[in-house]
Design a protein around this ligand. Structure first.
Ligand SMILES: Nc1ncnc2c1ncn2[C@@H]1O[C@H](COP(=O)(O)OP(=O)(O)O)[C@@H](O)[C@H]1O
Ligand SMILES: [Mg+2]
Length: 293
């Protein structure tokens, strides 16, 4: 019940902005919602047997924000994404959605809270077309007949919203480039009108041109009001679109900064452990060191 209330409240600003839901309460709800982060993790720990995969994770993301999570292989980035996605349940710690404590104990609980995740394996069905892939498992049926025209129109609308370059929603996914496939997987996640979108390495297997297209699309999503968690080990991509960067090392967050305050070298040094953390932004420099030690 609380999940439903949160989800409804939280989604209205984005939906109202896009003209989908005229709501008398939208301005009030938008004001309330803008105060608290869309999603917030406090002291989250996760161990697999004896292995501590996540330790004391403090993380938050807000609407209209792209937060990048960077780190070496096995730093814990995908595990953190899976906690937000309800695939893994933390061993301890709190998760807050729009300021209220929540439990994300399954992927469907994450979906109810308006959290959508695109994992590294896009899980697309090559033999089906774009529209069918986007609605896979959620087909629109009327009187038990699949309503393909409605699905195609809805698929087209979302692809257009985010500026995805897909010539036809009737193209089999097998015929698409890697960049277009990534766009379809992202558009599929947006069908549920999530508040928070978690993208795990969306550009890792893409050419330069395809990467540019997917980064544009993620930027458009920020403009639509989504809170975006962008996991990447490509720092050029991160510097191109992220508002904030969070560095993970050995399952911990070792540094966090607005993008504009840190250099490429600062981030590399924090990732590799050459420095303990990122330089703190000027306003907090005297008082705060994140995860040092
Ligand atoms: N299901 C699992 N069972 C046991 N260990 C896991 C599991 N998933 C991830 N790990 C371990 O957690 C650590 C972090 O992995 P991961 O989150 O995939 O890193 P990243 O995405 O940063 O490369 C690794 O040491 C990995 O082997
Ligand atoms: Mg990973």
């Amino acid at each position: 019940m609380i999940d439903e209330v949160l989800t409804t409240h939280a989604r209205e600003p984005v939906l109202a902005e896009r003209g989908h839901i005229p709501s008398l309460h939208a301005p009030v709800l938008a004001a309330q919602a803008s105060r608290a982060p869309a999603l917030c993790l406090r002291q989250v720990c996760l161990s697999f047997g004896g292995v501590q995969a996540l330790e004391d994770i403090d993380f938050e993301v807000r609407r209209h924000e792209i937060v990048a999570i960077v780190g070496e292989n096995a730093a814990g980035k995908s595990t953190l994404a899976k906690v937000m996605a309800g695939v893994h349940r933390p061993t301890s710690g709190r998760i807050l959605s729009d300021g209220a404590d929540v439990t994300i104990n399954s992927p469907s609980a994450a979906a109810r809270l308006g959290i959508a995740t695109v994992f590294q394996d896009l899980a697309l069905a090559d033999n089906l077309d774009v529209a069918a892939n986007m609605f896979l498992g959620h087909e629109l049926k009327r009187a038990f007949i699949l309503h393909s025209e409605e699905m195609e129109n809805a698929a087209r609308a979302i692809l257009d919203d985010i500026g995805a370059r897909i010539p036809s929603v009737r193209y089999p996914v097998a015929n698409l480039s890697a960049g277009q496939r990534q766009s379809v997987a992202i558009a599929r996640a947006l069908l549920a009108k999530p508040r928070i979108v978690v993208l795990d390495e969306p550009t890792s297997s893409l050419s330069v041109t395809q990467t540019g297209e997917v980064l544009d699309l993620i930027t458009r999503m920020r403009g639509l009001g989504h809170a975006i968690v962008f996991i990447s080990h490509n720092l050029a991509d991160v510097q191109a679109i992220a508002d904030r960067v969070v560095v993970m090392r050995h399952g911990r967050i070792v540094g966090e900064s607005p993008m504009s305050y840190v250099t490429y070298e600062d981030i590399v040094a924090a990732i590799t452990g050459a420095t303990h953390t990122l330089p703190a932004p000027p306003s907090t420099r005297a008082s705060r060191v994140v995860g040092a030690g």
